[in-house]
Design a protein. Structure first.
Length: 372
């Protein structure tokens, strides 16, 4: 049960997030070496980081004050200053209430030299950690130009981030961060870790629309990945083929078939296409079928791709923008290429996302079904 303190905070948060009250954010910026320059402060959304509010001021000596009405307790934000024709930007977090930043332009960068802002403190700690891990990786790997971390190191960073969020259970930016990173590693283990962290946030934050979205998204990830594991019965689906005719995988009952999730724009998919065509050509006379999903909404490119590569299997698409396919998500497919093999009993015999991201066992699994 919620105690009185949590009940009151939940009620106030509910009221503010539902438009009955607005949250005022005061941003005080003191600039060094930037007097006379125009600074633009942009409040961003949680998803695509598009600007939802913007204000501009010519920077004066001393404190420059910006005031915003927020629809939630904290927002991602950015500041930008045009210098020598180029806009130099820096990412912030703006909480409701007072936020204080000291900024300076040095070494061609816009630097935060001092601050008093709780949400930004969390973001800075994460940024510092990532930079430190990247530095260590570059040193140990010898790859001085690396811009991304390998999977293991990235997962270590995400788990460290979850721990940081748990140490700041009442800050709304903790919830924003949890939402943003929860889709970065779509696995049952990571989704369970995200849900465990969510439960440690203040009940008022868990009850917000964003908190409920984190819960919903991760439960769906767990459900879909579990449903597509090896040995599970294949989910039935209906989708239009390249000629606009409805196709159902139920029509392939009792047959061996491959479900290949791909896209014309996906470079790794195209790299794997010759292997898939080779397997199909080798076993189609024995009854092998291929359902080739195109994860895109550009019909002309799709039809051109099918014609150029002479893909004479079952070509289908939901004609949704990349990443919006409901059928792909129902199979726990969040990255492509991804292949499933369905046996005559209608069960998933192989799922590349389970154990074989590099498709090293793919051909062998087909061989097992057809040749024993």
């Amino acid at each position: 049960m919620l105690n009185l303190k949590h009940l009151l905070s939940a009620l106030l948060l509910f009221i503010s997030l539902n438009g009955l009250a607005q949250l005022k954010a005061i941003v005080e910026i003191t600039a060094t070496n930037l007097e006379g320059k125009t600074l633009e402060l942009n409040i961003q959304d949680n998803k695509g980081f598009s600007f939802i509010q913007s204000q501009k001021q010519t920077l004066q000596k001393g404190v420059n004050t910006f005031v915003f009405e927020l629809g939630q307790p904290a927002n991602m934000a950015s500041i930008g200053v045009k210098i020598a024709g180029n806009t130099i930007r820096q990412t912030l977090v703006i909480d409701s209430g007072k936020n204080v930043f000291n900024i300076a332009f040095a070494d061609n960068k816009l630097a935060i030299t001092a601050f008093e802002a709780k949400g930004y403190a969390i973001r800075k700690a994460m940024a510092d950690r990532f930079v430190d891990q990247m530095r260590q990786y570059r040193e140990t790997s010898g790859n001085k130009e690396a811009r991304t971390l390998p999977v293991k190191e990235m997962n270590d960073f995400f788990m460290w981030s979850l721990n940081l969020i748990e140490k700041n259970p009442g800050n709304y930016y903790s919830l924003i961060t949890l939402y943003q990173i929860s889709g970065s590693n779509r696995s049952i283990a990571f989704s369970n870790a995200v849900l465990a962290t969510l439960k440690k946030l203040d009940p008022a934050l868990q009850a917000t629309p964003l908190g409920e979205q984190v819960l919903k998204d991760n439960l769906e990830i767990i459900k879909s990945i579990t449903a597509a594991k090896t040995g599970k019965e294949v989910l039935p689906f209906t989708v239009n083929d390249i000629n606009g005719k409805a196709f159902s995988n139920k029509s392939l009952a009792g047959q061996i078939y491959i479900i290949a999730f791909s896209a014309t724009w996906c470079i790794p998919c195209q790299a794997q296409l010759p292997k898939l065509k080779h397997i199909y050509d080798q076993y189609k006379s024995k009854g092998l079928k291929v359902i080739y999903f195109n994860d895109d909404n550009k019909t002309d490119l799709w039809k051109k791709h099918v014609k150029e590569h002479q893909l004479d299997w079952i070509n289908v698409s939901e004609l949704q923008a990349p990443g919006k396919s409901k059928i792909s998500k129902s199979f726990g497919v969040y990255a492509i290429p991804s292949y499933l093999i369905i046996d005559k009993a209608g069960k998933i015999f192989y799922n590349s996302d389970d154990t074989d991201h590099e498709l090293l066992k793919f051909e062998q699994k087909i061989k097992e079904l057809f040749e024993g």
